[in-house]
Design a protein around this ligand. Sequence first.
Ligand code: SAH
Length: 404
Amino acid sequence: MSKTTGSLGGLAVKVSPRGASRLKDGHAWVYRSDVVSADGVPPGSLVSVVDHRGQILGSALYSSSSQIAIRLISREPVADFPALLRQRVADAIVYRESMVRHANAYRVIFSEADFLPGLIVDRYNDILSLQVLTQAMDAEIVRQTLISELIERLRLASVVERVDPRVRQLEDLPPRTSGLVQGEKTSTIFTMNGVQFHFDALEGQKTGAFLDQRENYAAAAQYAHGEALDVFCYQGGFALHLAPGCSRVTGIDSSRPALEVADQNAALNHARLNHNDKEIEWIEANAFDLLKDYASSGQRYDTIVLDPPAFAKTKRDLDAALRGYKELNLRALKMLRPGGVLVTCSCSHHVGPSDFLEMLADAARDAHRTLRLVEVRGQAKDHPILLNLPETAYLKCVIAIVSQ
Ligand code: SAH
């Protein structure tokens, strides 16, 4: 196993003309197949990227094992790396201050989109959750610089690191366990759009909640009415937002632990939800099977949310993923009453917005329903999208009304 040194400069990686033109086109990555030489470059180093003529293209973080060998961090030479890291953290925080409303939970740093490739930091009220995805970000000096800057600027109770063992394996990094890196607090309650949620930094999936849906929760709540079904509800993000405007809400998920938290979240929002004795029903089931049963037994709804896990993990999965989305959307469309609202999502980057809309149009045609598009949405603004780095865009959320 190689050792991460996080060396701070003086090193160069030469890239092929194809790699160079990718960077010149505005992208931030060079794949290993486009690295011509990285002689003597330790894993996780800050390097200068040069083309075959020796022209410097910028400064980057190098990985010795990932397919993404180069992640650009600046188009300029970097004289003081820790100072650059601190500035990037400061800029990311300022951006959130201007963009995030009505929430004390949001993504503080979104990797490449905040020019800190390989680092994800989420805030849940008074706890920061940190994920390190690359050799460079795992280097001790880099970690210490980032963490101390985050603590100094945000002054939260604690910082927790969440580790994905597969990521560390792919990056050829020594194993590490999830846990506290600062402070003592590991659980809290956070709020978004006036809805409260439990957060436990060391349990749950992903970083604890799907913060990228925050603005879509509020948008969906504007149209939701009548009897609502939240399919793939996880800890109840959509269901809890829709409940005040609906007569009945049912959440479906295959994960019992997620539904247990969903139920605790419902209790937490008791005052908001139960003014007319409204209870949310949580059902543990395979959504595909349950929707099939419901559709064939003639169950009808006024609002249906579909927010499945990513079906397309790679480009090769695209066709199969689109078939999966179509099957789900077709079933949901058949179950919606006239005037019903469909909120349908995809978090696969490889399924582009036009693929997704085309799939939905096909599903509507096959279901003999006419759909009126009311909103085509994406990820919340605290998960910025860089136009020249399409991989930063992944979430689609379409809200449509069944007009007949
Ligand atoms: N809507 C949620 C996020 C959904 S993430 C929110 O806003 O917080 C996807 C969810 O799908 C996960 O909770 C996972 O447990 C669930 N899931 C995955 N496969 C499933 C299946 N076949 N049937 C039901 N739920 C499934």
